[in-house]
Design a protein around this ligand. Sequence first.
Ligand code: 3HC
Ligand code: NAI
Length: 693
Amino acid sequence: MSESVRVERDGDVALVIVNNPPVNALSWHVRQGLFDGITQATESGASAIVVICDGRTFIAGADISEFGGGAPQAVGLQEVQSAMEDAPVPVIAAIHGTALGGGLEVALCAHYRVSVASAKFGLPEVNLGLLPGAGGTQRLPRLVGVPKALEMMTTGRHISSAEAKEGGLVDDVVDSDSLDDLRAAAVAFANKAVDENMPRTRVRDRNELVEQHKGDEQTFADFRKGIARKTRGFLAPEYNIRCIEAAANLPFDEGLKVEGKLFMELMTGPQSAAQRYYFFAERAANKIPDIPKDTPLIDVQKVGVLGAGTMGGGIAMNFANVGIPVTIVERDQESLDRGLGVVRKNYERSRSTTPEQVEERMALITGSTDKADFADCDMVIEAVFEDMDLKKSIFKELDEICKPGALLASNTSALDVNEIAAVTSRPESVIGMHFFSPANVMKLLENVRGDKSSDSVVATTMAIGKKIKKVSVMVGVCPGFVGNRMLFMRGAEAERMLMEGATPAQVDNVLYEFGFPMGPFSMSDLAGLDIGWKEETSSSSTIREILCENGRRGQKNGRGYYTYDPDTRAATPDPEVEQLIKDFAISKGHEQREVSDQEILERLLYPMVNEGAKILEEKIAIRGSDIDVVWVNGYGWPVYRGGPMHWADSVGLAEIVEKIKGYSESLGGKHWTLSPLLEQLATDGGQLQTYTS
Ligand code: 3HC
Ligand code: NAI
């Protein structure tokens, strides 16, 4: 018997109990233990079997770290599942925490499922570039129906106990969150099943809900159409759909074969490798090596936000969403009213907030025009204009107003946090918290550690990020930090290629095809071409300025790098723009030529890889994978390509180094100066994604 699974008795009922912290993943010893436990329970003459877990959760899935080999051979999951399904006595799965992936697939092999009210259920394999490979694609639609299975498996969404009960996934929900109560309820359910001779129907034999969709091509076609935009470029959602189609059209065992084949294809492909890598990258980003785990945290009960503009309003929403009161201060009543109005509108427009929740959250946000109201805040986040002198004067004031020990953060997107901290008497309390726009939606929080930020301030910033459900990455001070610093390199090269004869649509399209939601010029149009542009001082020295001078301000006036349909907002390339660029380029002495898509891709992405390596050299990022987390969550890098560091490793660093040397020679420019670290890793056969600085 494995150490991670034990068998206990409660009267005639046997309990097979899994204990494999932290999340009871189905490591090889758990599979072996479950198989032995079920066998032992059956042989001991138990009247029924309850499968239950210790610790914080039911089985949260296969052990992802075992994927790709390396684990000792043990019984397969299918043998465990058959032992449960075919047991001569009722088997009940008792679920708390999260029953995810392989964990839910195990539960689907019990004859009945009982859960606590707070339990969650899901098949999140799609988010690892996979599909449920232990019969889940065939069993889930048999229990909850095809439409719900389609939705759950292509999004990976976790559903609540209430929803699971309503959908037929769970038979009984215990009105408590205690593991002891769950155990008692599951044993009671087991006794009832025995006493009442309840049927031991296997989910695999329940064909009614899938047969309804036999030959029903329409449902699947409509579903595919509905998710096409969201899942563009990803293989796994389509493969999940094909498995459910197989469940509808084929007998169970044939459907399983389809599942097995498609699972292997995904598992051995580059997308799932990237997404699994990314799963661990996000979790690694939480760890800051020199900050001890037991570092005392600042107790953040109340937050202040300065500035209710584009960023401040969204930042405030994050805290109100998790029940933390926020004081938001603006420079005058009019700006405050406008800012709070936008916050309210955002809540009202959101499908996930009920009218009562809108009021609850708005009640947590207090507006003011007096910074003195920050006096009782445990943390203040500054989000005023990006102007160093302004930020310095504001931090001087905050230093005087805020209570000792309060955390003082700046949302600057590129300025020197050390310089800001230096104007206060407490630089140890100052840190950067770079939210992304829209701040209530975007997952990334790029935290910027100043030279003097204290351990407690660093640890609190990471903890609060988790609390408000952000993906946090801690970086160091440099212009633009990690994300924008790399973005500048890409932008510079994009502009250069226009001067050589590429069109905005061609450049954007290369990135779109790579998997980004949009390219740099569509993005500029969206943000507005006239940010920072002043007609009277215009110098006609960039393409952007030329476009502004010609009345092209971006999407907001329907004309930018593209022309926009006033009704649909669809972008069309405009010959006038191409001519303007061409004339400008020629006037500056640039010869025009065809630029190939491959060259565009290399010239956009290789400078980013090079800059990423420099960022690691300078110890601005802790590890290569942190850079990937920034790019996936903040800039739309397609997660199925892992992030720029993972992607570079998959292309081959030696090849990239060769190309960078070539471009450096033909084009020049600081961003083409090869990073010594990149060259060294290429020579030694090292990797950027695993590099730790
Ligand atoms: N395998 C291995 N390790 C896992 C794991 C898994 N399935 N799930 C979580 N972990 C590890 C994490 O890496 C982390 O380790 P660390 O502390 O060393 O960094 C630790 O468990 C705790 O994880 P979180 O920090 O994510 O803890 P949370 O409490 O925030 O979340 C969770 C818990 C909701 C279970 C979340 O970890 C999660 O979503 N896990 C993945 C679930 C999943 O994708 N399951 C499907 C796996 S694929 C599968 O089952 C294939 C099958 O169909 C054959
Ligand atoms: P914004 O112009 O929309 O908002 C700034 C707000 O600050 C305005 O409402 C203004 O009235 C207010 N303000 C200015 N001076 C003030 C003062 N002395 N006291 C109180 N309020 C004052 O600007 P935005 O876009 O919200 O940017 C704010 C900060 O966030 C900047 O540092 C910017 O670099 C950064 N940032 C912006 C992002 C974006 O996409 N807009 C993304 C990430 C960071």
